[in-house]
Design a protein around this ligand. Sequence first.
Ligand code: PEP
Ligand code: MG
Length: 612
Amino acid sequence: MVISEKKSNSILKGISASPGIAIGSVYILDRAKPCILRHGITDSHIENEISRFKQALEKSKLQLNEVREKAKKGLGANHLYILDAHIMILKDAALIENTIHIIRGKKVNAEWALKESMEGFLKKFEEITDEYISSRKKDIEEAVYRVLRNMIGYHQESLADLEEPVIIVAHDLTPSDTIQMKREKVLGFATDAGGKTSHTGIMASAFEIPAVVGLKNITEKVKNGDLIIVDGIDGSVLLNPHEDSFQLFLKKQQRFKFYEKELLKAKDLPAITKDGQRVKLMSNIEYSDEVNLAVGYGAEGIGLYRTEYLYINKEVLPTEEEHFLDYKKVATCIKDSYSIIRTLDLGGDKFVFDQKSDNENNPALGLRGIRLCMDRVDIFKAQLKGILRASKYGKLKLMYPMISGIDELREANQILKDVKDELRFKGIPFDPDIEVGAMIETPSASLIIDLLSNEVEFFSIGTNDLIQYTLAIDRINEQVAYLYQPLHPAVLRTLKNIISSAEKSGKPVSICGMMGSDPIHTLIILGMGHIESISMDPHSIPKIKKFIRRIKYEDAVRVADEVLKLGSIKEIKEYLNKEMPRIYPEDIKGYKLSDNSTFTNKKGEVSRLQYI
Ligand code: PEP
Ligand code: MG
């Protein structure tokens, strides 16, 4: 490892999204569109421009084929549709002929002609009402920009090409980036955009890759090959470290790994407070292969399977059979407990589903989650059938996201009933008593728990969205990340209301948002009433288990009662600053609750109590 000559040692603060320390060289994933200028050419240059265009076209196809071959080995054929689509676009006769026509007719440079040609195509696409076809606009742009970059000598980037282990620096990562990347070659992520609950962060955590997001402008501060340190524990990135900082971080990396190992020794012990309150610790997963990882961290079941990744990078929608096989894997791996499969929550801040949702002005409030399923019942039914069929192979529960009212819930349940009838009619076995739950992540749902409880068997609180909607703070917008405050009195009162109402209605309630992976938030939530389970990213389970085993339930109740009486975040933090060292002295000594709700020491290091 070469330590930079410049030794600038500058620190950028961001948001920790996945724990651990990564040390390595920068690889900038440049998604910026090159600036294309128009140049007039003389007759004698026309053939030369056409040949430059054709060469760039060939080079681009070659690159795509290479990426395709590499990705095929790592991922299997069913993830390659996007690359195939790009290759097809570059073979399109109309696009090629039109570009040549513009070069000849308007006597302009090849780059400009191709750009003009592409824009003409995109315009035509806008007039097409077929959602599927018009949603391919992004592919056309991506494929054409590859050719343009090749023409002007830009380096082409694909995470499938990585040869050496690197740290990816990008504005943000798209789902197709994460699908293509070779995991073993990615040491860490550092991105301009994103928040703690953004999907780049969630995926980094699922892949166990240290990540810091929301760095605002890291892409402007580094160049390829720079040495950087991604500190996913404290949420910072160190550029071109001095030798002594480098050594400090090496030690920190070792300490973190050692601490993780220590925590894992207790992974099979129950999460039970000193005075006997038991809570189940479950895992959130993003893809079915993650189940084993979750069990390895001591998960007692799967509290949330986010099924969105089944839909990513697919030319065609997943079939009922694909759903079935995927959920069957989860059902059979979790033997003594259960797994909750969440029906798809595409749209919003997640992944764009189609043209209709791509054009929304306010996607977080738009056609996402259960709303999308009501709009596309065919998609919903295919998933429900898959879940039901898999329920024969292990205990599964199903859960609807983004529920905002009772009519929507009844409609979803009616569709579920229809699907059950259809399976029965065909003689296909499934668990007839499969439990159905609702995620509580909208303020409206939080206010009508008593009504919703007549329609479902359980609730799970999605705090990531619940905070977003309660506080009107976009959860992925780094500009307002400082306002995304789980300890806001409105959030705490909402949580208390949900938990008390669920208790009154006799329906179990769990937590599956990220508040559950923070010990301080866990303490408060536990003190609000009976929580059936807390579901979180797999690595947080050992830490939360340790915490729960060292505290008393009566302390949790007292703290929850007190914070609910306080009117401001500041007062709540002051109170917790006094209380926490008494309740849990072990990792708190020398640390104070900071603005971003983490216990931090004078050097800005987060207490290991809150390693995420
Ligand atoms: C949540 O909103 O808290 C949640 C668990 O769901 P997601 O993060 O997938 O929106
Ligand atoms: Mg959510």
